[in-house]
Design a protein around this ligand. Sequence first.
Ligand code: SF4
Length: 235
Amino acid sequence: MPHEDLSALNTRFSDDAERGLRFALSGALGHVALVSSFGAESAVLLHMVSRIAPQTPVLFIDTLMLFPETLAYQRELAQRLDLRDLRIITPDREALFHHDPDNLLHRSDPDRCCALRKAEPLQQALRGFDGWITGRKQFQGTTRSKLQMFERDDTHLKVNPLATWDPAQVRDYMTRFELPRHPLVSQGYLSIGCAPCTAPVATGEDPRAGRWRGQDKVECGIHIANGRVIRRQAS
Ligand code: SF4
């Protein structure tokens, strides 16, 4: 699909997550997968996809550094939503053995750690797909404030059906469909990644403030802007 068509798609679907998602899953954009972290808000998109096209491949990157609660939640949701094509993606064991044998790379070089455990395995898993669906939203911090439903990175089309949703819409959807919450949300974790790099946030804080707290890093590298890892702005 040529670049100029993305703005037409954004105009056509940007206010309607389900319609945009149906279009993305219709085959009109080629072969697409849902990439899910099974994090704090992931149940919404997983539920929508399971109702619209349950055979959609769902890619879950297990960095081998996740909270046990996330792994349990992943199993619970997969069973509850009857996900038919869940693919658990793990880092290359040999690469880990060579570059992160003691699982401490996240302290010395978190960008390399994210590349090894997330970005590179995902790029491998996305081979053969034309696009992928993400759960990113504009309210999740300044780096996402201009996010649109349809965009493109260096290699793939990306679809963000919930781009314009606010926290209340997410909450209402989960309540309406009685979707289970990630067990760490009640402890203040509003954005949940790997255990060593995720902290709870205070009321009113940016939901992603607990990710790589104290560092300038704000994205793991699977979402990049103009080929660069996005960094926190100095205040
Ligand atoms: Fe490594 Fe932390 Fe990135 Fe996870 S979030 S891959 S532990 S640097």
